[in-house]
Design a binder for this molecule. Structure first.
Ligand code: SAM
Length: 210
């Protein structure tokens, strides 16, 4: 067992005490090596429950936020998930380790390139493309789950339209200082909304956001 393996298990236990109870989420966080998704300067902090810089003024999300949003998606193995905001690729890797087929969109080519190399290296079931994620990814719609990892002023309409019946959309919505995580469920052509307060994300930048 390496130092990283021990720190990763400690992180899983911390997330458990913070209220994460989905064993599929905890198992994926225990498996995916977060230290491979950050640059050399931040490797020593990789298993702290904190967001870390990944370049281009962006961050890899705090592990608690990744776990909370992954749990909120209520995924089943084999679900098709769209992620907006690939960043380091860590959130997509966690979802892939949970047994999902993941489609992810990132606007920064430099981040996308590094994340793609990691998906290949780890043989993860993730397809990534460059673009404005506020438009979704129509080619593979509808999705059982959609997760947005940057804060938006509103819920982009194309993302709602690309949800499958029974599907869930998890998205931070608010101003640029603080956001509420909105969990939208599509049932019988209607959308049911649930809110969780007190999160902070980098802004979602695009046609249907900032
Ligand atoms: N999921 C990421 C991870 O695990 O590292 C977290 C990424 S960071 C908190 C949010 C990301 O959203 C940034 O990489 C940013 O470039 C991206 N982003 C912002 N607006 C976007 C848009 N319209 N389309 C796609 N990506 C966007």
């Amino acid at each position: 067992m390496t130092r990283f393996d021990i720190e990763r298990q400690e992180l899983v236990e911390l997330l458990r005490t913070r209220g994460i109870s989905d064993e599929n989420v905890l198992g994926a966080i225990g498996k995916i090596e977060r230290h491979k998704f950050v640059g050399p300067l931040f490797v020593a902090k990789a298993y702290e429950d904190t967001a870390l810089p990944i370049g281009f003024d962006q961050t890899i999300s705090q592990p608690y936020t990744v776990a909370f949003m992954s749990q909120a998606l209520c995924v089943k193995r084999g679900d098709k998930i769209l992620e907006i905001g690939t960043g380091s690729g860590y959130q997509a890797a966690v979802l892939a380790a949970m047994g999902c087929r993941v489609y992810t969109v990132e606007r920064h080519l430099g981040l996308l390139d590094t994340a793609r190399k990691m998906f290949d290296q780890l043989h993860l079931n993730v397809l990534a493309k460059a673009g404005d994620g506020t438009l979704g990814w129509i080619d593979y719609a509808p999705y059982d789950g959609i997760i947005v990892t940057a804060g938006s002023p509103t819920i982009p309409e194309p993302l709602k339209a690309q949800m499958a019946e029974g599907g869930r959309l998890v998205i931070p919505v608010g101003d640029k200082q603080e956001q509420t995580i909105m969990i939208l469920t599509r049932t019988g052509g209607e959308y049911i909304l649930q809110k969780e307060t007190g999160f902070k994300f980098v802004p979602l930048i695009g046609k249907n956001a900032w």
